[in-house]
Design a protein around this ligand. Structure first.
Ligand SMILES: CC(C)(COP(=O)(O)OP(=O)(O)OC[C@H]1O[C@@H](n2cnc3c(N)ncnc32)[C@H](O)[C@@H]1OP(=O)(O)O)[C@@H](O)C(=O)NCCC(=O)NCCS
Length: 163
């Protein structure tokens, strides 16, 4: 498996990975309406371009034999000394083969290299990925409900790992 940095030109690759992963991940957690609303808010061409070029989020893409299988995005110095993992998605058929661990390791390496000694993230409280993060050294810090407009809420845990 290989990992490379993504640019806004990779928008379609990122979008397709997100759609394919989100539908399976969130079908029992979110209504179809909320899922589509959030995909549009976070993964439209404008949203991804803004995240990369304006907000300075770093996107990394994982591939194997020229097939893209997953991605992560993160932000250094989100708060003083703290990096934020914004996104981590591996295609359903690829999950359980070490791709998620490779991606999160890359994020943690980049954080450390840049003097960020904590990685923070938000994860839906009903998402099984909470257990992946616990397995990989993250701890639940608190609960956070975020109003994302149109009557929708994100019901998250904030989790953190000290590097
Ligand atoms: C969560 C996710 C990124 C993990 O990636 P993955 O490629 O499936 O995980 P890996 O194969 O790298 O697993 C690494 C380790 O974590 C463990 N693990 C993976 N998923 C787990 C889970 N849901 N619960 C507990 N442990 C888990 C693995 O057993 C493995 O342990 P090992 O090192 O002892 O073998 C992936 O399953 C995914 O994309 N899920 C859907 C999307 C999602 O919810 N993303 C997070 C949004 S915040």
């Amino acid at each position: 498996m290989q990992i490379r940095r993504a640019t806004p030109e990779d928008f379609e690759i990122i979008y397709n990975l997100a759609v394919n992963t989100w539908n399976v991940t969130y079908e029992k957690i979110l209504s179809k309406e909320q899922l589509d609303y959030m995909l549009d808010m976070m993964y439209s061409l404008n949203a991804i371009t803004d995240q990369i070029l304006v907000k300075g989020h770093h996107f990394i893409l994982l591939s194997e034999n020229n097939n893209y299988l997953g991605f992560a995005s993160y932000e250094l110095n989100y708060l003083s000394g703290i990096a934020k993992l914004h996104k981590l998605y591996v295609l359903p058929e690829t999950q359980g083969r070490g791709a998620g661990k490779l991606l999160i390791d890359k994020v943690e390496e980049a954080a450390k290299r840049n003097g960020n000694n904590i990685v923070s993230l938000n994860v839906n409280r009903y998402n099984n990925a909470v257990n992946f993060y616990i397995k990989n050294g993250y701890k639940k810090i608190k609960e956070e409900d975020i109003d994302i407009g149109s009557g929708y809420l994100m019901e998250d845990f904030i989790m953190e790992k000290s590097l």
